[in-house]
Structures are given as structure tokens and as C-alpha cells.
Design a binder for this molecule. Structure first.
Ligand code: SF4
Length: 374
């Protein structure tokens, strides 16, 4: 890789800083945590922002702050309340870590988000990126941040011919980002870089004509923008096919809570699991329900097939409605910590993984469709 250190002279560095800061001043989005840069607000926005589109972050953030306006309200909330507020954002361990961190902050730090990197890094779910974001954005301390947006801007600005994910490249980029930080302006400068990546130097079709750094961008000069950042071949997506059953009995629906240490731990679900070789989705749903609950079901009717993409996986979930067969109504749980029989409307009170939430939506859409036909 080309040497990224000391790439700019002091005067070039000053120019880049000024251009970016003034661009940010004029073009920054009106995001709610930017109103006062309260450390609690910045922390929550940063955790929510990981792998999530900004419009969704703002929507979830505003709802979250309505429910949990400060650290103490998070610390006092039950896990289910927190998971419900997070429902749909995915990566639920982030929500559980926020709650655990809030409890530590109440017990050990007077309810305040610390401004010390070592203390921050010891908190659950706070890694180097989040710590640097909190320190710079909330406390204006000189810590560079390297998120995917900033990596892309740097890769193009410097026309990097190696992947920004390579450890040695990342280290050099960290140094480059640190050298570029203006004194006492880390809050705005880091956000300017992130915002430039999000709004202008986008992954596809960057708006170079609106970019304050267009005259200094090496990949623009060399015509390599579409090759930067260098892409690493994606690992093959793993296909997973699952089936589950929404058991309806006397107008109530069976739901169970996943084991705490399982994937989607502590969320609620309809019993089900992966298809075995040669099984149809109906057969798999029937077998899984029996294995997980010892309940026997019949009259399986297809409700909806939901496809969900995760980083490495593509999950196809076949959802069925079904009825209890025989007299046994009390399950014996083998894959869950507890269960409930709830009314259809009551399903809205429980946090579900995205696929199951889609099935619930379809359940209501189907009901409304039937009502309209009558
Ligand atoms: S000129 Fe274009 S490619 Fe270069 S940093 Fe600006 S937006 Fe990105």
C-alpha cells in the first residue's frame, strides 16, 4: 500500500480541515442527538447506528428517548421492555449490553457516561469504535473514528489499492485520521467525515461535484473511484430453511421465550426449526413443535414465507397456522424458558425476531382481509 502517513503538508492538512468543517457546518443533517451532544444521547445513537440506515436510527432513537430519557430509566427497565423497544433493529445483544452498561453506570459512575477511554472500553458492548465516537462526539476529545463511511472517503481520497479491512491498512488509516484531526474540533471533524461518506461519497454514484475535497481526491484524478475501496470477495451466503407453527387454541396463540444464551436469546417466538433433509416445511413444523413442546398439531395452513438476510446467512422461514390435536394443552418445554397462550392483540406486547414479527403482521393482514370480504 502507498504510505498514507504524512501525506499532507501542514498547509494541505489545514485546507482539508477547513473545507470539511465548513462543508459540515452548511450541510449536516438535523439529527436529534446533535441538539446538545449529551453523552447518553450520543452513546445510544452510536450503538443504534451500527449496521442500520439513518432514517431507521432516528425513528428508533426518538421512540427510545421517549421511553428511556436517561441512563437511570434504562437501568431500571426490565430486559423485555428493552428488547421490545429494540425490536426490529436486530443484533439484540446490543440492546442487552446497553441495559447492562446503564446498570454499571448507575452503580459505579453516578449515572454518567464516562469520558475516560479505559473505563469506556471496560463497559459491556463498548469497543474501540464506540469509545472513540463517544469521546470525540460527546466530549470533543481528540480520538479519530473510522467507520465504513470514513474508510470509504479515505480509500478514495488516497486511492488505496488494498482493502481497508486489512489490519496493516487499518492501522495506517488510524494514524492518518489522527494526524488529520484539527485541535479542539474532533466533534465536528469526525462527524464531517462520516457525514461526507453518508451523503456525498456514497458507495454507489458518489456526488463528486458536490464534494468539498474533489480537487484533492486521488481516485477522482485517476479514474479509480469505482474500484475504491478495494472489495474483498464476500463469503458465500449460507442458506437456511426453517418452518414454524402458530398454534391457535380457543382464540389464543402459543408463544415461547427463547433461552437466554441462544441466538435471539430472551426474545419470543413460535416453535419451529430447520428442515431436515427430505422434509416438507409442514412436516418440519409439525416435528419441531413436537420436539420443542411435546404438543401435537394438525390442520397446518401456510400463512407466509419470509426471507431474511443476515451478514452471512439467508434464512427462509415458512410460517403455518395450526391447531392442537388431542387433549394435551400443557407443553413440556425443551427449547424455551417459558411460554404463554396470548390473544392475537397481545402478541404486540412481546419482542419477536424480525421473521416472526412479519408472520404476526401477516396474521393481522389476513384477518382484516377476511373481515373486508364479509
Ligand atoms: S471527490 Fe468523489 S470520490 Fe473523491 S472523496 Fe469526494 S465524493 Fe468521494
Amino acid at each position: 500500500m502507498k504510505d498514507t502517513s504524512n501525506r499532507y503538508t501542514i498547509s494541505e492538512k489545514n485546507t482539508v480541515q477547513k473545507l470539511l468543517l465548513s462543508w459540515f457546518d452548511e450541510n449536516q443533517r438535523n439529527l436529534p442527538w446533535r441538539a446538545g451532544y449529551d453523552p447518553y444521547h450520543v452513546w445510544i445513537s452510536e450503538i443504534m447506528g451500527q449496521q442500520t440506515q439513518m432514517d431507521r436510527v432516528v425513528q428508533y432513537y426518538n421512540r427510545w428517548m421517549g421511553l428511556f430519557p436517561d441512563v437511570s430509566s434504562v437501568a431500571e427497565a426490565g430486559e423485555q421492555e428493552i428488547l421490545k423497544a429494540w425490536e426490529g433493529l436486530g443484533y439484540y445483544s446490543r440492546a442487552k449490553n446497553i441495559r447492562r452498561t446503564a446498570q454499571v453506570l448507575m452503580e459505579e459512575h453516578d449515572g454518567k457516561v464516562p469520558a475516560d477511554p479505559e473505563i469506556l472500553l471496560a463497559l459491556p458492548g463498548v469497543g474501540p469504535y464506540t469509545a472513540a465516537a463517544i469521546l470525540s462526539i460527546a466530549y470533543n476529545k481528540p480520538f479519530p473514528v473510522l467507520d465504513a463511511n470514513v474508510e470509504r472517503v479515505f480509500a478514495r481520497l488516497l486511492d488505496l489499492d488494498q482493502s481497508v479491512k486489512a489490519v496493516s491498512v487499518r492501522k495506517k488509516l488510524q494514524n492518518f485520521a489522527k494526524e488529520l484531526l484539527p485541535d479542539n474540533q474532533a466533534r465536528f471533524f469526525n462527524q464531517a467525515l462520516m457525514e461526507l461518506g453518508a451523503l456525498v461519497c456514497r458507495p454507489k454514484s458518489p456526488k463528486c461535484n458536490c464534494c468539498p475535497l474533489t480537487g484533492r481526491c486521488q481516485s477522482r484524478q485517476r479514474g479509480t473511484i469505482n474500484l475504491r475501496p478495494v472489495r474483498v470477495p464476500k463469503a458465500k451466503t449460507i442458506e437456511i430453511v426453517m418452518a414454524c407453527g402458530i398454534i391457535v387454541h380457543e382464540e389464543l396463540i402459543f408463544v415461547q421465550q427463547r433461552l437466554a444464551n441462544d441466538v435471539w436469546g430472551s426474545l419470543w417466538e413460535f416453535p419451529g426449526g430447520r428442515l431436515k433433509e427430505g422434509e416438507t416445511p409442514q412436516q418440519a413444523a409439525t416435528r419441531e413443535i413436537l420436539e420443542e413442546t411435546e404438543l401435537t398439531v394438525s390442520e397446518l395452513r401456510p400463512l407466509e414465507t419470509v426471507v431474511h438476510h443476515y451478514t452471512k446467512y439467508r434464512v427462509t422461514l415458512h410460517g403455518f397456522t395450526c391447531r392442537l390435536q388431542g387433549k394435551k394443552q400443557t407443553p413440556v418445554l425443551h427449547a424455551a424458558s417459558q411460554y404463554r397462550w396470548v390473544s392475537p392483540a397481545g402478541l404486540r406486547d412481546f419482542p419477536f425476531p424480525a421473521g416472526h414479527r412479519r408472520l404476526i403482521e401477516e396474521l393481522f393482514v389476513g384477518k382484516n382481509r377476511k373481515k373486508r370480504r364479509k
